[in-house]
Design a protein around this ligand. Sequence first.
Ligand code: CU
Length: 153
Amino acid sequence: MFFSAMRLKALMLVIAAVFAVGFVAGCGDDDDSVSDATEAASEAADAADDAADPAADAISTTTVDIPVADEGLLYAVTEVAAPAGEITLTSVNDQSVPHNIAIETPEGDVLGEVVTDGGVSTVTATLEPGTYEYYCSVPGHREAGMVGTLTVE
Ligand SMILES: [Cu+2]
């Protein structure tokens, strides 16, 4: 929706620029004003190109699956990587033992919901490049080894 609105705006800018060139070229006998108008049109077209590509500046969003292991106080995956940006960790827990997914960030720990029997715990954080630890915040589980490393590139 946002993207098409930007496209439409870009298109209208180009049309306006083309119209301006046509108007000046049709009425003026001054060569300088025609070339000025052409330059202006070209600048407007460049601006339109920039406007048409909002994704270039958009923040990256990534989802990483970190399932709980079938048995024990473990995740099935203990090392994951993701690009910098908004990162969502999802952890399905097929055990009847309660678990969740939590992550340490510079702004503090973010905890996902504690789930059992096929429930999915989810946590989202916006992270700069670096190494972060994810863990289960159910008491004793992290100490027992329910941890892993997220590398943000
Ligand atoms: Cu746990």
